[in-house]
Design a protein around this ligand. Structure first.
Ligand SMILES: [Zn+2]
Length: 305
């Protein structure tokens, strides 16, 4: 018997300049039936209204890095997003024993990542949702970023299950694009369909494993001693998210046109390549590992029995 899902939250505008989720929330507020399914309630939350009003990613801090249990309990952390995180935890959590079962958080990227399904847990319910959406939308990419739910600083980690972050692109900050909007809408429809099917114990036929990418680390842009950027993403790498980068391949190109190669020893794959939002930390891209993601039997999972 599955421990059923009763409360689902769809969140948008966690980053105030990612308008796709913000406008999907507006749409669903006037068409709530689209996200309503038997057996659970669906609530809609604009996560960062002040940043959204100013069409900025954040006011003081990145909201989607403020949800570790340690930071939520630290009342010295009182910047705008640090306070928003605490307010959202009251609304959706508390983190140790959440009211909301599953959070779907809607994001966009300036990188050429298409529809990326980002999840931080290997819980069969979460991986099953990602597999289900990828079955329906084969162009989607599975992006696995393993993290302990309580330590995890993403908003989706406040739910009882670590949830799903939908990252669609490429799209500039502060922009709406129909293809991105429509793709995100479709992915959310599949996500709530999946939860309804699991809730009602319908047979959901899913593959045992699917290919995906596991996050390794973020790679900084080359800097001088003053912390100024001295190189940019190499044109061979630009827009090549989820393509292989081999040792010796070009990675960056300096302001004077000299190529800087990847000096690692193993093959990696790029993601968030030249993401505009990461220039606040001089981050150039993320390195990923291509892996087979395995869907464990849900009966073996204590969360589901
Ligand atoms: Zn975002």
């Amino acid at each position: 018997m599955i421990d059923s899902i009763k409360h689902v939250a769809i969140v948008g505008g966690t980053h105030g300049n990612e308008l796709t989720g913000v406008h999907l929330l507006k749409h669903w507020r006037s068409h709530p039936d689209e996200v309503t399914r038997n057996g659970f309630s669906t609530e809609l939350h604009l996560a960062n209204p002040k940043a959204n009003k100013e069409v900025r990613r954040y006011i003081d801090q990145d909201l989607n890095r403020q949800f570790s249990i340690h930071d939520l309990k630290d009342h010295e952390l009182s910047g705008y997003e640090q306070c928003r995180a605490k307010a959202l935890e009251v609304l959706l959590g508390p983190k140790e024993n959440p009211r909301v079962d599953f959070i779907i958080d809607l994001h966009t990227t300036t990188a050429n990542m298409g529809m990326s399904l980002i999840f931080n847990s290997n819980d069969p319910l979460v991986i099953g949702m990602a597999f289900y959406i990828k079955q329906k939308m084969p162009h989607a990419t599975l992006f696995y970023n393993p993290s302990d739910r309580l330590e995890d600083n993403f908003l989706i980690s406040v739910g009882r299950f670590s949830g799903l972050l939908i990252e669609a692109g490429p799209i500039a900050q502060g922009l709406l694009k129909y293809q991105v909007y429509s793709d995100t809408h479709t992915a959310v429809m599949h996500a709530v369909d999946y939860l309804e099917q699991k809730n009602t114990e319908q047979l959901v036929t899913l593959p045992k494993q699917m290919v995906g990418y596991k996050f390794i680390k973020k790679i900084p842009l080359p800097e001088n001693t003053e912390g100024e950027i001295t190189a940019m993403i190499h044109p061979n790498v630009q827009d090549k998210d989820y393509h292989v980068i081999k040792p010796g391949d070009p990675l960056f190109i300096t302001l004077s046109g000299e190529t800087i190669v990847y000096e690692g020893e193993s093959m990696v794959y790029g993601a968030f390549i030249n993401e505009a939002a990461y220039y606040d930390q001089n981050i150039g891209l993320s390195f990923m590992e291509k892996i087979d993601i395995v869907l464990e039997d849900s009966a073996a999972c204590p969360n589901l029995t």
